[in-house]
Design a protein around this ligand. Structure first.
Ligand SMILES: Cc1cc2nc3c(=O)[nH]c(=O)nc-3n(C[C@H](O)[C@H](O)[C@H](O)COP(=O)(O)O)c2cc1C
Length: 241
C-alpha cells in the first residue's frame, strides 16, 4: 500500500469515516503533576517530534500532516506539541532514580528537581486521547533522544503498576521514517529493531492500541538534502484528501 493510502487509512482509523471521534475518554489516573486532564468532550492530541532535521524531515512533515487532519476532525480539540529536540532531556541519573523510586516526601531537592521533567511528560500522556510520535530510524532502532524520553515515561508505580500499564484507553500512532525499506517481506525487514521495541515498551505502559506507519525509503541524510521531496506528492494528495 502506498504511503498516501496508509496515511489515509490511518486518518480514517483515527477519526472514523464520518470525521467524528469514535472513542470515549477513560478515567484518568493522576501521577501527581498538574496538567489539564482529559474530559469527555474535549479531545487532546499529543504530538511528539524527534527529528533534528526540521524542515527537511520526513517524519516531521508527516506528523504535521497528521496533526492537521486530526484538528479538522476534532474541532475545538487541543494539541500538545512536544519537540524532543527542544526539550533538553537529561539521561537517567542517580537523583532521577531517587525521585522515581521513593515517595515525594522523601525526595532530596536534587531528586525533586530531577524527576520534574518526567512528571511533566507523564502528565502530558495522561492528558492525551491520542499520541502521535514522528521519528527517524537511526541505526536500525530509535534515536537516542527518543530512548531518553521513554526512560522518563516508563515509571514504576505511575505508568506501570504491578506490571500493568496504566495509560489505557488511548490511541497511539508512530510514523517511522527510514532510508531503507523494512516493509513486511522485504529482505531487510528483520533489521527494523524500532517497530518491535516501540510496540513492546509502549504496550508495557498501556499504549497497546498502536499503529506504526513505515515512512520508508526516504533516502535522506547522506547529503543533507530534502528527503521529504520524495513524499511531496503523497503529502499533498493526503493533505487534500
Ligand atoms: C544517524 C543516522 C542513522 C540512520 N540510520 C538509518 C538506518 O539504520 N536505517 C535506515 O533505513 N535509515 C537510516 N537513516 C536514514 C534516516 O532514517 C532517514 O533519513 C529518515 O528520513 C530520517 O527521518 P527524518 O527525515 O524525519 O529526519 C539514518 C540517518 C541518520 C542521520
Amino acid at each position: 500500500m502506498s504511503l498516501k493510502n496508509r496515511l489515509a487509512s490511518l486518518v480514517n482509523l483515527v477519526v472514523g469515516p464520518s470525521g467524528r471521534a469514535t472513542r470515549s475518554a477513560d478515567p484518568v489516573r493522576d501521577a501527581g503533576p498538574s496538567f489539564p486532564q482529559r474530559t469527555s468532550t474535549m479531545k487532546t492530541l499529543l504530538a511528539i517530534d524527534v527529528s533534528p532535521r526540521y524542515e527537511h524531515s520526513t517524519s516531521r512533515k508527516l506528523t504535521a500532516l497528521f496533526v492537521d487532519k486530526w484538528k479538522a476532525a476534532h474541532p475545538g480539540g487541543r494539541v500538545i506539541d512536544r519537540d524532543l529536540l527542544k526539550t533538553n532531556l537529561p539521561f537517567v541519573d542517580l537523583p532521577w532514580i531517587g525521585g522515581a523510586f521513593t515517595p515525594p516526601e522523601q525526595h532530596s531537592p536534587e531528586s525533586a528537581a530531577a524527576i520534574k521533567i518526567s512528571n511533566d511528560l507523564v502528565a502530558e500522556l495522561q492528558a492525551a486521547d491520542h499520541i502521535i510520535i514522528g521519528t527517524p530510524m537511526y541505526n536500525f532502532t530509535i534515536p537516542a533522544v527518543l530512548k531518553a524520553y521513554i526512560d522518563h515515561i516508563v515509571r514504576v508505580g505511575v505508568t506501570v503498576v504491578d506490571n500493568v500499564g496504566q495509560l489505557t484507553g488511548k490511541k497511539t500512532t508512530i510514523i517511522l521514517a527510514s532510508g531503507g525499506d523494512f516493509r513486511p517481506g522485504s529482505p531487510f525487514e528483520a533489521y527494523n529493531q524500532a517497530s518491535g521495541y516501540l510496540r513492546q515498551v509502549l504496550g508495557f505502559i498501556g499504549l497497546t492500541d498502536l499503529d506504526i506507519v513505515l515512512a520508508d525509503r526516504a533516502r535522506a541524510g547522506d547529503a543533507g538534502e530534502t528527503a521529504v521531496e520524495q513524499f511531496g506528492e503523497v503529502l499533498a494528495s493526503a493533505a487534500a484528501a
